[in-house]
Design a binder for this molecule. Structure first.
Ligand code: ASP
Length: 445
């Protein structure tokens, strides 16, 4: 029998109305046996996510301030769902446990994880499925890092005997039973781990959009929805800020070639975006899947005559970053130059001493820093292989008189990365999107 793991995000489980929709979706396909749930998200624009309310409870409690009203707001969200759906369950005891925990040296991750815990219990009751607490099967090490290999084994053992289940997303526990949460949006990762642990046929990620858009809709009006995207393309798109899926959610399913389908709970008839390694027979795909970017970048440029003949020059520079645990986004080397692209917020605290060390150890002819840059990636595993796309992108920027600070395309040919001034970021995205829109329309297999 086919197994589909369906993860429902916060907006998909924000209130009773959404719970009803989720049940319709789950019942429409019996293969949807394993469900991963987020905490209730926003019901409307100005609403607050339950996870944020819990975070507020914790902050107040940890500071010795009153958290009563805040905890009451959390309780109301769940009580409303229970009452509206007519569920025969009460969270009285659960909230008493939480209140007592908050009153006495609270643990942040435990408090914040309760949104997923409680919502999944309600969803399990609503669907008539077994509730599975990830406290027992999503494993963290003593440093609070997710132990992927152990989790896959434990999750597999816990879920295989079950016909159907609802598993809470976003958290797990270490060997001592201490709760740890993932980074925000982490239920996507739990869903991917569940799909991988039980070798599911498909991982559906139900959210509030009908898939991945080819550009940020706040910048480009009505960008197209991408139908198929490869795991690599998606990772790059999400890394560059297309925020439809948690960046770490791709790896567990891609390891096993499990397709990942992003769907819209509000429009279940839309096919969404499917992330695959290999396209299904007869399907076609846009050559360029999209354009995305990030602001807040800095570029360090080091020049020294004959640097290209001096072995170890770049290694010394990268060592300086490593010693400061300062990650870099790109490292471009040219004849007599080394260019490093680094996130400005990470560079800021150690900028002065890093520059002093570069001067002392490498004695460069020129050392420059350009700040307030943005990096834009034009992503497409196939079309960026041809120089056509690159020409179109660079021409589009030139036509709009947008200066290009850096341009980079590794041998991997997955994407072309261009650095442009931050204040021209939106213009650049629009110009590039307009230029590549044609090639996106021009589907080919
Ligand atoms: N509830 C958590 C958040 O708001 C995790 C999730 O929804 O995946 O980030």
């Amino acid at each position: 029998m086919r197994t589909v793991v369906a993860k429902f995000g916060g907006t998909s489980l924000a209130g009773a109305e959404q719970f009803r929709r989720v049940r319709d979706i789950v019942q429409a396909n019996p293969a949807r046996r394993l469900i991963v749930a987020s905490a209730p998200g926003k019901r409307y624009e100005e609403d607050t996510k339950v996870t944020d309310l819990l975070l507020d409870c914790y902050t107040r409690a940890a500071a010795g301030r009153d958290f009563g009203a805040c905890l009451h707001a959390v309780r109301e969200r769940f009580d409303e769902i229970i009452a509206d759906l007519g569920l025969d369950c009460s969270l009285e005891q659960e909230f008493e446990v939480l209140r007592r925990h908050l009153s006495n040296d609270p643990q942040k991750d435990y408090v914040v994880s309760r949104g997923e815990y409680l919502n999944s219990r309600l969803l399990a009751a609503w669907l008539g499925f077994t509730f599975v607490d990830p406290e027992w099967c999503v494993c963290f090490d003593e440093k609070g890092h997710l132990d992927g290999a152990m989790t896959l084994r434990t999750l597999g053992a816990a879920l295989r005997p079950l016909q159907n289940a609802v598993i809470a997303g976003f958290y797990g526990a270490d060997m001592e039973g201490r709760i740890h949460t993932m980074t925000r949006g982490g239920s996507d990762v739990t869903g991917s781990l569940v799909a991988s642990a039980i070798h599911a046929d498909l991982y559906e990620n139900w959210t509030d959009v009908s898939g991945l858009l080819a550009a940020d809709p706040h910048i480009v009006p009505n960008p197209r929805t991408v139908k198929y995207v490869s795991y690599r393309e998606l990772r790059t798109l999400s890394y560059m800020g297309a925020s439809v899926l948690h960046t770490d959610a791709v790896l567990p399913v891609s390891d096993l070639d499990i397709p990942l389908n992003i769907r819209n709970t509000g429009r279940p008839e839309d096919p969404g975006t499917t992330i695959v390694r290999k396209l299904p027979e007869g399907e076609t795909k846009y050559p360029i899947v999209g354009v995305a970017g990030r602001k807040g970048m800095s570029v360090i440029q080091v020049e020294k005559v004959m640097v290209s003949d001096e072995s170890g020059f770049t290694a010394v520079m990268l060592d300086m970053l490593k010693n400061r645990r300062l990650p870099f986004e790109q490292c471009l080397t040219g004849i007599d130059t080394v260019t490093l692209v680094i996130r400005s917020d990470l560079l800021a605290p150690c900028k002065e001493e890093l520059f002093a060390e570069i001067r002392e150890k490498l004695n460069p002819d020129y050392l420059g820093l350009t700040e307030h840059l943005s990096m834009i990636a034009v992503i497409g595993e196939r079309d960026t292989e041809s120089s056509d796309a690159n020409v179109q992108v660079l021409q589009a920027l030139a036509r709009s008189r947008i200066p290009i600070n850096t341009a980079n395309q590794g041998a991997g040919k997955l994407n072309l990365l261009v650095g442009v001034p931050e204040d021209r970021y939106e213009d650049a995205i629009r110009a590039i999107y307009a230029a590549i829109d044609d090639s996106m329309q021009n589907e080919r297999s």
